[in-house]
Ligand binder design. Structure first.
Ligand SMILES: Nc1ncnc2c1ncn2[C@@H]1O[C@H](COP(=O)(O)OP(=O)(O)OP(=O)(O)O)[C@@H](O)[C@H]1O
Length: 218
């Protein structure tokens, strides 16, 4: 199992346990599979994603990624996990404005010392960015920026891609295009995808769909 979550609970500081955001959440995701997480605004979707990305700490339970438990990992080991095994794509693209498209795509792969130029060329072409490599993010449309972010995330060939409302800032056409490309490329690279979305239509295109409500998976 690539991702294994057991009895995961999280309550933000200052709130009583009765106001916990996540209450004994358990779920599994197999290698190479895609899963969509839906839920009302404020139901804890981003919180769960941040815990899987080792960006925040849980109170109890456990998350294992490819057999490695996040419980008790040092900050250094958590940072390494985020550099190599787990990549993220956000609603706000989060590209580095002072770097070109090519430099943005290479950024994480270079930091992880995992530059595979053939794979990066394949990604760049398939994402329709081959003629835009010398442009800066501000010279791109929203859909193009998100395609760069997907290229940057997949360039390291992560085991798991976490995507938080990746098409939330795009119009319908760009949204469908970005989603299709993301699904095609995660399948091609054998990466598992954990996607947070408000859209049932998008969720239905993934292998599995789960819903978070009142801190529990329904
Ligand atoms: N750092 C924090 N400190 C305290 N409470 C927080 C913090 N981050 C989130 N929360 C609260 O936890 C709950 C879940 O937030 P979260 O962002 O995970 O929800 P979400 O399902 O992703 O929402 P949305 O769909 O609106 O993005 C909300 O009630 C939010 O106010």
């Amino acid at each position: 199992m690539l991702l294994c979550i057991r009895n995961l609970s999280k309550c933000y500081p200052g709130l009583p346990p009765s106001r916990a955001v996540l209450r004994k959440v358990s779920l599994d995701l197999e290698a190479g599979k895609t899963i969509a997480l839906t839920g009302e605004s404020g139901s804890g979707k981003s919180t769960l994603l941040h815990l899987i990305a080792a960006l925040d700490h849980y109170d109890s339970g456990e998350i294992k990624i490819d057999g490695t438990s996040l419980t008790g990992l040092t900050d250094r080991a958590r940072a390494k996990l985020r550099r190599t095994d787990v990549a993220m794509v956000f609603q706000q693209f989060n590209l580095v404005p002072s770097l070109t498209v090519e430099q943005n795509i290479l950024l994480h792969a270079s930091l992880a010392e995992r530059v595979d130029l053939d794979w990066i060329t394949t990604l760049t072409r398939r994402l329709g960015l081959a003629d835009l490599t010398n442009r800066y993010p501000e010279q791109l449309s929203g859909g193009q920026q998100q395609r760069v972010a997907i290229g940057r995330a997949l360039a390291v060939r992560p085991k798991l891609l976490l995507a938080d409302e990746p098409t939330g800032n795009l119009d319908e056409t760009a949204s469908a295009e970005v989603l299709n490309l993301m699904l095609e490329l995660v399948r091609k690279s054998g990466t598992s995808l954990f996607l947070v979305t408000h859209s049932v239509q998008i969720a239905n295109q993934l292998d599995r769909r789960i819903h978070l409500s009142e801190g529990k998976i329904q």
